[in-house]
Design a protein around this ligand. Structure first.
Ligand code: ADP
Length: 368
Protein backbone atom coordinates (compact mmCIF):
# COMPACT_ATOMS: atom_id res chain seq x y z
CA UNK A 1 0.00 0.00 0.00
CA UNK A 2 2.77 2.42 1.02
CA UNK A 3 4.82 1.66 -2.04
CA UNK A 4 1.94 2.70 -4.28
CA UNK A 5 1.20 5.76 -2.16
CA UNK A 6 -2.25 4.47 -1.30
CA UNK A 7 -3.73 6.04 1.84
CA UNK A 8 -6.09 3.17 2.62
CA UNK A 9 -7.11 -0.20 1.27
CA UNK A 10 -9.02 -3.38 1.92
CA UNK A 11 -9.41 -6.96 0.75
CA UNK A 12 -12.53 -9.12 1.02
CA UNK A 13 -13.91 -12.48 -0.13
CA UNK A 14 -16.83 -12.56 -2.57
CA UNK A 15 -19.70 -14.91 -1.80
CA UNK A 16 -23.26 -14.77 -3.17
CA UNK A 17 -23.25 -11.09 -4.19
CA UNK A 18 -21.65 -10.08 -0.89
CA UNK A 19 -18.12 -9.17 0.08
CA UNK A 20 -17.26 -10.74 3.40
CA UNK A 21 -14.28 -11.17 5.79
CA UNK A 22 -13.04 -7.71 4.93
CA UNK A 23 -9.55 -6.91 6.20
CA UNK A 24 -8.60 -3.25 6.01
CA UNK A 25 -5.78 -0.78 6.62
CA UNK A 26 -5.83 3.01 6.74
CA UNK A 27 -9.43 3.50 7.91
CA UNK A 28 -8.67 3.18 11.61
CA UNK A 29 -8.49 6.84 12.63
CA UNK A 30 -11.74 8.03 11.05
CA UNK A 31 -14.02 9.47 13.70
CA UNK A 32 -17.30 9.21 11.78
CA UNK A 33 -16.49 6.27 9.65
CA UNK A 34 -15.85 2.61 10.15
CA UNK A 35 -15.32 0.25 7.24
CA UNK A 36 -18.01 -2.47 7.51
CA UNK A 37 -16.86 -6.12 7.72
CA UNK A 38 -19.28 -7.05 4.92
CA UNK A 39 -20.86 -5.12 2.08
CA UNK A 40 -22.90 -5.83 -1.04
CA UNK A 41 -20.88 -6.56 -4.14
CA UNK A 42 -22.92 -3.91 -5.98
CA UNK A 43 -20.90 -1.23 -4.16
CA UNK A 44 -17.83 -2.07 -6.19
CA UNK A 45 -19.50 -3.71 -9.13
CA UNK A 46 -19.37 -0.65 -11.33
CA UNK A 47 -15.59 -0.93 -11.06
CA UNK A 48 -15.63 -4.41 -12.53
CA UNK A 49 -14.37 -3.22 -15.86
CA UNK A 50 -11.20 -3.93 -17.78
CA UNK A 51 -9.32 -0.99 -16.31
CA UNK A 52 -9.26 -2.35 -12.79
CA UNK A 53 -5.50 -2.01 -12.37
CA UNK A 54 -5.40 1.59 -13.55
CA UNK A 55 -6.23 4.25 -10.98
CA UNK A 56 -9.59 5.86 -11.61
CA UNK A 57 -10.17 9.46 -10.86
CA UNK A 58 -13.35 9.87 -8.88
CA UNK A 59 -15.80 12.41 -10.16
CA UNK A 60 -19.22 13.25 -8.85
CA UNK A 61 -20.86 10.40 -6.98
CA UNK A 62 -20.30 7.80 -9.68
CA UNK A 63 -18.17 5.48 -7.58
CA UNK A 64 -18.44 4.54 -3.97
CA UNK A 65 -15.45 5.80 -2.06
CA UNK A 66 -14.72 4.26 1.28
CA UNK A 67 -12.36 6.82 2.75
CA UNK A 68 -13.54 10.45 2.82
CA UNK A 69 -10.19 11.75 1.50
CA UNK A 70 -10.11 9.40 -1.49
CA UNK A 71 -9.53 10.92 -4.91
CA UNK A 72 -8.23 7.95 -6.82
CA UNK A 73 -9.16 4.29 -6.58
CA UNK A 74 -7.80 1.02 -7.88
CA UNK A 75 -9.85 -2.14 -7.95
CA UNK A 76 -8.29 -5.54 -8.42
CA UNK A 77 -10.57 -8.55 -8.80
CA UNK A 78 -9.30 -12.06 -7.98
CA UNK A 79 -10.74 -14.88 -10.05
CA UNK A 80 -10.83 -18.62 -9.57
CA UNK A 81 -11.97 -20.63 -12.57
CA UNK A 82 -13.43 -17.45 -14.07
CA UNK A 83 -15.47 -16.71 -11.01
CA UNK A 84 -14.91 -13.59 -8.94
CA UNK A 85 -13.79 -14.79 -5.49
CA UNK A 86 -12.15 -11.76 -3.89
CA UNK A 87 -11.51 -8.06 -4.39
CA UNK A 88 -8.70 -5.72 -3.45
CA UNK A 89 -9.48 -2.00 -3.30
CA UNK A 90 -6.74 0.63 -2.91
CA UNK A 91 -7.62 4.27 -2.28
CA UNK A 92 -5.28 7.19 -2.99
CA UNK A 93 -5.71 10.58 -1.35
CA UNK A 94 -4.09 12.51 -4.21
CA UNK A 95 -3.72 12.24 -7.94
CA UNK A 96 -0.36 10.76 -8.75
CA UNK A 97 -0.14 8.99 -12.09
CA UNK A 98 1.45 5.54 -11.88
CA UNK A 99 4.73 4.76 -13.58
CA UNK A 100 4.88 1.58 -15.68
CA UNK A 101 7.00 -0.05 -12.93
CA UNK A 102 4.31 0.65 -10.38
CA UNK A 103 1.68 -0.82 -12.67
CA UNK A 104 3.77 -3.96 -13.14
CA UNK A 105 4.26 -4.19 -9.39
CA UNK A 106 0.53 -3.90 -8.89
CA UNK A 107 -0.14 -6.67 -11.38
CA UNK A 108 2.39 -8.94 -9.70
CA UNK A 109 0.92 -8.12 -6.30
CA UNK A 110 -2.51 -9.03 -7.54
CA UNK A 111 -1.28 -12.35 -9.01
CA UNK A 112 0.59 -13.28 -5.84
CA UNK A 113 -2.23 -12.35 -3.52
CA UNK A 114 -4.57 -14.35 -5.70
CA UNK A 115 -2.35 -17.45 -5.31
CA UNK A 116 -1.94 -16.93 -1.56
CA UNK A 117 -5.64 -16.38 -1.14
CA UNK A 118 -6.52 -19.49 -3.14
CA UNK A 119 -4.07 -21.53 -1.05
CA UNK A 120 -5.63 -20.32 2.15
CA UNK A 121 -9.14 -21.02 0.79
CA UNK A 122 -8.07 -24.54 -0.22
CA UNK A 123 -6.49 -25.04 3.19
CA UNK A 124 -9.73 -23.97 4.86
CA UNK A 125 -11.72 -26.37 2.68
CA UNK A 126 -9.31 -29.24 3.46
CA UNK A 127 -9.59 -28.49 7.17
CA UNK A 128 -13.39 -28.59 6.91
CA UNK A 129 -13.33 -31.85 4.95
CA UNK A 130 -10.91 -33.35 7.47
CA UNK A 131 -13.15 -32.39 10.35
CA UNK A 132 -16.19 -33.85 8.56
CA UNK A 133 -14.21 -37.08 8.01
CA UNK A 134 -13.24 -37.25 11.69
CA UNK A 135 -16.83 -36.69 12.79
CA UNK A 136 -18.04 -39.40 10.42
CA UNK A 137 -15.42 -41.91 11.60
CA UNK A 138 -16.26 -41.13 15.20
CA UNK A 139 -19.99 -41.64 14.54
CA UNK A 140 -19.43 -44.96 12.76
CA UNK A 141 -17.08 -46.17 15.49
CA UNK A 142 -19.65 -45.27 18.13
CA UNK A 143 -22.50 -47.00 16.26
CA UNK A 144 -20.43 -50.18 15.78
CA UNK A 145 -19.67 -50.50 19.46
CA UNK A 146 -23.12 -51.67 20.64
CA UNK A 147 -23.71 -54.45 18.11
CA UNK A 148 -20.14 -55.67 18.69
CA UNK A 149 -20.62 -55.85 22.45
CA UNK A 150 -23.75 -57.87 21.81
CA UNK A 151 -22.03 -60.32 19.40
CA UNK A 152 -19.16 -60.77 21.86
CA UNK A 153 -21.50 -61.30 24.82
CA UNK A 154 -23.64 -63.93 23.08
CA UNK A 155 -20.56 -65.71 21.71
CA UNK A 156 -19.19 -66.00 25.26
CA UNK A 157 -22.58 -67.32 26.43
CA UNK A 158 -22.72 -69.96 23.69
CA UNK A 159 -19.11 -70.99 24.46
CA UNK A 160 -19.92 -71.57 28.14
CA UNK A 161 -22.76 -73.90 27.09
CA UNK A 162 -25.51 -71.60 28.40
CA UNK A 163 -27.69 -72.45 25.38
CA UNK A 164 -26.97 -76.17 25.36
CA UNK A 165 -23.93 -78.37 24.93
CA UNK A 166 -21.68 -77.49 21.98
CA UNK A 167 -19.55 -79.77 19.84
CA UNK A 168 -15.82 -79.32 19.23
CA UNK A 169 -16.47 -77.96 15.73
CA UNK A 170 -18.97 -75.45 17.11
CA UNK A 171 -16.46 -74.39 19.74
CA UNK A 172 -13.85 -73.87 17.03
CA UNK A 173 -16.25 -71.75 14.97
CA UNK A 174 -17.17 -69.70 18.05
CA UNK A 175 -13.48 -69.05 18.74
CA UNK A 176 -13.15 -67.66 15.20
CA UNK A 177 -16.10 -65.31 15.81
CA UNK A 178 -14.53 -64.23 19.13
CA UNK A 179 -11.12 -63.52 17.56
CA UNK A 180 -12.70 -61.47 14.81
CA UNK A 181 -14.87 -59.41 17.16
CA UNK A 182 -11.71 -58.74 19.20
CA UNK A 183 -10.02 -57.50 16.04
CA UNK A 184 -12.98 -55.28 15.21
CA UNK A 185 -13.01 -53.96 18.76
CA UNK A 186 -9.36 -52.96 18.47
CA UNK A 187 -9.98 -51.29 15.12
CA UNK A 188 -13.00 -49.36 16.42
CA UNK A 189 -11.28 -48.16 19.58
CA UNK A 190 -8.12 -47.21 17.59
CA UNK A 191 -10.24 -45.18 15.14
CA UNK A 192 -12.04 -43.57 18.05
CA UNK A 193 -8.76 -42.57 19.72
CA UNK A 194 -7.33 -41.33 16.44
CA UNK A 195 -10.27 -39.00 15.74
CA UNK A 196 -10.25 -37.77 19.33
CA UNK A 197 -6.56 -36.91 19.03
CA UNK A 198 -6.99 -35.30 15.60
CA UNK A 199 -9.91 -33.13 16.69
CA UNK A 200 -8.31 -32.25 20.04
CA UNK A 201 -11.16 -33.91 21.94
CA UNK A 202 -9.03 -36.18 24.05
CA UNK A 203 -9.19 -35.66 27.77
CA UNK A 204 -6.42 -37.04 29.96
CA UNK A 205 -7.03 -37.69 33.65
CA UNK A 206 -3.74 -37.18 35.43
CA UNK A 207 -3.19 -38.94 38.76
CA UNK A 208 -0.19 -39.74 40.94
CA UNK A 209 0.48 -43.32 39.89
CA UNK A 210 2.68 -46.19 41.03
CA UNK A 211 4.44 -48.03 38.22
CA UNK A 212 4.00 -51.34 40.10
CA UNK A 213 0.20 -51.00 39.85
CA UNK A 214 0.35 -50.22 36.16
CA UNK A 215 2.63 -53.21 35.55
CA UNK A 216 0.23 -55.49 37.48
CA UNK A 217 -2.71 -54.41 35.28
CA UNK A 218 -0.70 -54.68 32.10
CA UNK A 219 0.62 -58.17 32.90
CA UNK A 220 -2.88 -59.36 33.83
CA UNK A 221 -4.22 -58.21 30.45
CA UNK A 222 -1.41 -59.60 28.30
CA UNK A 223 -0.62 -62.94 30.00
CA UNK A 224 -3.15 -64.99 27.99
CA UNK A 225 -1.76 -63.67 24.70
CA UNK A 226 1.84 -64.36 25.81
CA UNK A 227 0.99 -67.88 26.99
CA UNK A 228 -0.69 -68.71 23.69
CA UNK A 229 2.71 -68.35 21.99
CA UNK A 230 4.54 -69.99 24.85
CA UNK A 231 6.66 -66.87 25.29
CA UNK A 232 8.56 -65.93 28.41
CA UNK A 233 7.59 -62.59 29.99
CA UNK A 234 10.10 -61.00 32.38
CA UNK A 235 9.03 -57.99 34.45
CA UNK A 236 11.52 -55.99 36.50
CA UNK A 237 11.61 -52.62 38.25
CA UNK A 238 15.30 -51.85 38.63
CA UNK A 239 15.33 -49.11 41.27
CA UNK A 240 12.96 -47.24 43.55
CA UNK A 241 10.65 -45.12 41.39
CA UNK A 242 8.51 -42.47 43.10
CA UNK A 243 4.95 -41.78 41.89
CA UNK A 244 4.65 -40.79 38.26
CA UNK A 245 2.26 -38.09 36.94
CA UNK A 246 0.26 -39.66 34.11
CA UNK A 247 -3.21 -40.75 33.02
CA UNK A 248 -2.96 -44.34 34.37
CA UNK A 249 -5.58 -45.73 31.97
CA UNK A 250 -3.76 -44.31 28.97
CA UNK A 251 -0.33 -45.44 30.19
CA UNK A 252 -1.75 -48.95 30.66
CA UNK A 253 -3.12 -48.79 27.10
CA UNK A 254 0.31 -47.69 25.81
CA UNK A 255 2.18 -50.52 27.52
CA UNK A 256 -0.39 -53.13 26.48
CA UNK A 257 0.05 -51.90 22.94
CA UNK A 258 3.87 -52.19 23.09
CA UNK A 259 3.69 -55.62 24.74
CA UNK A 260 1.04 -56.78 22.31
CA UNK A 261 3.32 -55.77 19.41
CA UNK A 262 6.25 -57.55 21.08
CA UNK A 263 4.05 -60.63 21.37
CA UNK A 264 2.74 -60.41 17.79
CA UNK A 265 6.12 -59.84 16.16
CA UNK A 266 8.07 -62.41 18.19
CA UNK A 267 7.97 -66.11 17.32
CA UNK A 268 6.81 -68.85 19.69
CA UNK A 269 9.06 -69.45 22.74
CA UNK A 270 10.64 -66.00 22.41
CA UNK A 271 11.45 -63.72 25.33
CA UNK A 272 9.69 -60.45 26.13
CA UNK A 273 10.85 -58.12 28.91
CA UNK A 274 9.18 -55.17 30.60
CA UNK A 275 11.53 -52.97 32.62
CA UNK A 276 11.38 -49.68 34.52
CA UNK A 277 13.94 -47.46 36.22
CA UNK A 278 14.36 -43.91 37.45
CA UNK A 279 16.72 -41.90 35.24
CA UNK A 280 18.06 -38.39 34.77
CA UNK A 281 17.12 -37.22 31.28
CA UNK A 282 18.93 -34.18 29.86
CA UNK A 283 16.57 -31.55 28.43
CA UNK A 284 17.22 -29.07 25.59
CA UNK A 285 18.42 -26.38 28.07
CA UNK A 286 21.30 -28.53 29.25
CA UNK A 287 19.57 -29.27 32.57
CA UNK A 288 18.31 -32.71 33.51
CA UNK A 289 14.95 -33.95 34.74
CA UNK A 290 14.38 -37.08 36.76
CA UNK A 291 11.91 -39.23 34.86
CA UNK A 292 10.63 -42.78 34.81
CA UNK A 293 12.07 -44.84 31.97
CA UNK A 294 10.05 -47.87 30.89
CA UNK A 295 11.06 -50.23 28.09
CA UNK A 296 9.71 -53.28 26.31
CA UNK A 297 12.28 -55.58 24.76
CA UNK A 298 11.59 -58.53 22.48
CA UNK A 299 13.57 -61.18 20.63
CA UNK A 300 11.33 -60.94 17.58
CA UNK A 301 11.55 -60.33 13.85
CA UNK A 302 12.95 -56.79 14.19
CA UNK A 303 12.21 -53.78 11.98
CA UNK A 304 14.16 -53.11 8.76
CA UNK A 305 16.03 -49.80 8.41
CA UNK A 306 13.60 -48.74 5.69
CA UNK A 307 10.53 -49.46 7.87
CA UNK A 308 12.10 -47.75 10.89
CA UNK A 309 11.48 -44.37 9.20
CA UNK A 310 7.72 -44.97 8.98
CA UNK A 311 6.53 -47.00 11.94
CA UNK A 312 4.96 -44.04 13.77
CA UNK A 313 2.95 -43.01 10.69
CA UNK A 314 -0.81 -43.51 10.64
CA UNK A 315 -1.86 -46.87 9.10
CA UNK A 316 1.76 -47.90 8.44
CA UNK A 317 2.32 -51.67 8.37
CA UNK A 318 5.48 -53.32 7.11
CA UNK A 319 5.36 -55.08 3.72
CA UNK A 320 7.22 -57.98 5.38
CA UNK A 321 5.23 -61.21 5.01
CA UNK A 322 5.81 -62.01 8.70
CA UNK A 323 4.00 -58.79 9.60
CA UNK A 324 1.26 -59.09 6.98
CA UNK A 325 0.41 -62.57 8.28
CA UNK A 326 -0.59 -61.00 11.61
CA UNK A 327 -3.64 -58.81 12.02
CA UNK A 328 -3.19 -55.14 12.87
CA UNK A 329 -4.43 -51.64 12.06
CA UNK A 330 -1.15 -49.72 11.82
CA UNK A 331 -2.59 -47.19 14.25
CA UNK A 332 -1.21 -48.41 17.58
CA UNK A 333 2.20 -46.72 17.49
CA UNK A 334 0.81 -43.49 16.05
CA UNK A 335 -1.71 -43.23 18.89
CA UNK A 336 0.91 -44.31 21.43
CA UNK A 337 3.29 -41.55 20.40
CA UNK A 338 0.56 -38.88 20.54
CA UNK A 339 -0.55 -40.01 24.01
CA UNK A 340 2.98 -40.16 25.39
CA UNK A 341 3.83 -36.70 24.06
CA UNK A 342 0.58 -35.29 25.48
CA UNK A 343 1.65 -36.61 28.88
CA UNK A 344 4.96 -34.74 28.61
CA UNK A 345 6.98 -37.86 27.78
CA UNK A 346 8.68 -39.26 24.71
CA UNK A 347 9.11 -42.55 22.86
CA UNK A 348 11.94 -44.04 20.80
CA UNK A 349 13.16 -47.47 19.78
CA UNK A 350 16.05 -49.50 18.49
CA UNK A 351 15.75 -52.60 16.41
CA UNK A 352 17.81 -55.14 14.55
CA UNK A 353 16.31 -57.39 11.94
CA UNK A 354 15.87 -61.02 13.14
CA UNK A 355 17.33 -60.09 16.55
CA UNK A 356 14.60 -58.03 18.18
CA UNK A 357 13.23 -54.62 19.06
CA UNK A 358 13.19 -52.42 22.16
CA UNK A 359 10.69 -49.60 22.62
CA UNK A 360 11.55 -47.00 25.27
CA UNK A 361 9.30 -44.41 26.84
CA UNK A 362 9.92 -41.80 29.51
CA UNK A 363 7.18 -40.21 31.61
CA UNK A 364 7.36 -37.43 34.21
CA UNK A 365 7.53 -38.00 37.95
CA UNK A 366 4.93 -36.39 40.23
CA UNK A 367 7.65 -34.39 42.05
CA UNK A 368 8.53 -32.56 38.81
P1 ADP B 1 -0.01 -52.79 13.98
O1 ADP B 1 0.77 -53.60 14.96
O2 ADP B 1 -1.47 -52.80 14.24
O3 ADP B 1 0.34 -53.10 12.57
P2 ADP B 1 1.45 -50.50 15.04
O4 ADP B 1 1.23 -49.05 14.78
O5 ADP B 1 1.39 -50.96 16.44
O6 ADP B 1 0.39 -51.24 14.14
O7 ADP B 1 2.85 -50.89 14.43
C1 ADP B 1 3.21 -50.45 13.12
C2 ADP B 1 4.20 -51.39 12.47
O8 ADP B 1 5.45 -51.33 13.16
C3 ADP B 1 3.82 -52.85 12.52
O9 ADP B 1 2.92 -53.19 11.49
C4 ADP B 1 5.18 -53.53 12.38
O10 ADP B 1 5.57 -53.51 11.01
C5 ADP B 1 6.10 -52.60 13.14
N1 ADP B 1 6.31 -53.02 14.56
C6 ADP B 1 5.77 -52.47 15.67
N2 ADP B 1 6.22 -53.07 16.78
C7 ADP B 1 7.09 -54.02 16.38
C8 ADP B 1 7.91 -54.99 17.06
N3 ADP B 1 7.94 -55.10 18.39
N4 ADP B 1 8.68 -55.81 16.30
C9 ADP B 1 8.69 -55.72 14.95
N5 ADP B 1 7.93 -54.84 14.25
C10 ADP B 1 7.15 -54.00 14.95
Amino acid sequence: MKWLNAGAGWIGLVKDEWITDIKQAGYENQTNFELPKTQPLSKVENLKIGNQLTPRKLSGGDIEKFHPSTQNQIFSPIFREEQLVAVIVLEMFNEIPFTSNEKKFLERLSDHSSIALMNSLFYEEIQKANLAKSEFVSLVAHELKNPMTSIKGYTELLTTGAAGEISETQEYFLSIIRNNTDRMNTLVSDLNDLTKIETGNIHLEYKPTQIENIFDDVVRSITKQIDQKNQNLVVNILNDIPSIWVDPIRLTQILINLLSNANKYTKENGKISLYAEKIKKPDSNGKSDTMAHIWVEDTGIGISEEDQKSIFQKFFRSEDQNVRAISGTGLGLNITRSLIEMMGGSIWFESEIEKGTTFHIVVPLLEN
